[in-house]
Design a protein around this ligand. Structure first.
Ligand code: CP
Length: 298
């Protein structure tokens, strides 16, 4: 997406805000008559639920599908599954898959709109969009979604993180400076070509940032130990109350979830006044409503 396209989407999300969270307001009819299928081959709480609710708030018909309980368990391929769903008159497929490139593969194999809800270690575009939306709302930049002058650190398991990659693209396009922070074993060279600073030293980075996005250590994707011990990881890279004293007083604290409480983030920080973690979840609804409406041609 271009910077202008991102701003169009975030502005549209703003227009949906009341409808996304308040059941006192009537549903919006922008997707009336459309069919949305959530095709999730990987577990999810936030993304699946918010796409489901977003489609529902826009009056679409919604079908939830997962690998277990479908013919995927009998060996049907991703493309065959999508083509069969499409044959039933589907307009949008929201896909999460463990394989990088799954979404683009479906986009090439079908005629319906495909929304990437996370593909392997590659991208998680709507997470990045809702993260930027949340930053803009918290810092009063939601009139123009211009992040010039802001510095954002993304900390932790960068190497396995589709959230990090999508956030780097989105934040830099909106004008922010991005610093990726983590142990050398979790800061891969594949991020070298992206327009961001890399650091192994959170203590040094902390005083000069406006926003910190703490990533989950993805134990399920680690081939072997990436750091000597969890205690050592927390000592060097955990966001603790003690470490927050080095940060700007109004530092915006984010986490895409699910959190490893006590490892990458201390509970008192996750639940503290600097935290916008539940705002991220709430804003995900409006951002996903905007995503679905725009790919449906609204
Ligand atoms: N942030 C995120 O993608 O969470 P889920 O895996 O629960 O959807």
């Amino acid at each position: 997406m271009s910077p202008d396209e991102i701003r169009v989407l975030l502005t549209k999300a703003k227009s949906y805000e009341g409808v996304s969270t308040s059941r006192a307001l009537p549903k919006n009819a922008d997707l009336h008559g459309k069919v949305v299928v959530n095709l999730f081959y990987e577990d999810s709480t936030r993304t699946r639920a918010s796409f489901r609710l977003a489609a529902s708030r826009l009056s679409a018909d919604v079908l939830d599908m997962s690998a277990s309980g479908s013919s995927v368990s009998k060996g049907e391929t991703l493309v065959d599954t999508a083509r069969n769903i499409e044959a039933m008159g589907v307009d949008i497929i929201v896909c999460r898959h463990s394989q990088s490139g799954a979404a683009i593969q479906l986009a090439q194999a079908t005629d319906c709109a495909i929304v990437n809800a996370g593909d392997g270690q590659h991208e998680h575009p709507t997470q990045a969009l809702l993260d930027s939306y949340t930053i803009a709302k918290r810092l009063g930049r939601d009139s123009d979604f211009d992040f010039t002058g802001l510095t954002v650190a993304i900390v932790g398991d960068i190497g396995h993180s589709r959230v990090a990659r999508s956030n780097v693209h989105c934040l830099t396009k909106l004008g922010a400076k991005v610093i990726l922070v983590g142990p050398p074993t979790l800061l891969p060279g594949s991020f070298d070509g992206l327009d961001c600073e890399m650091s192994n030293d959170l203590e040094e980075v902390l005083p000069r940032i406006d926003v910190i996005n703490m990533l989950r250590i993805q134990f399920e994707r680690l081939a072997g130990p990436a750091f000597p011990s969890q205690r050592e990881y927390t000592t060097l890279y955990g966001l603790t109350v003690a470490r927050m004293k080095r940060a700007k007083q109004d530092l915006v604290v984010m986490h895409p979830g699910p959190m490893n409480r006590g490892l990458e983030i201390e509970s008192a920080v996750a639940d503290g006044t600097n935290s916008v973690i539940l705002d991220q979840v709430a804003n995900g609804l409006a951002v996903r409503m905007a995503t679905l409406a725009l790919v449906a041609g609204q």
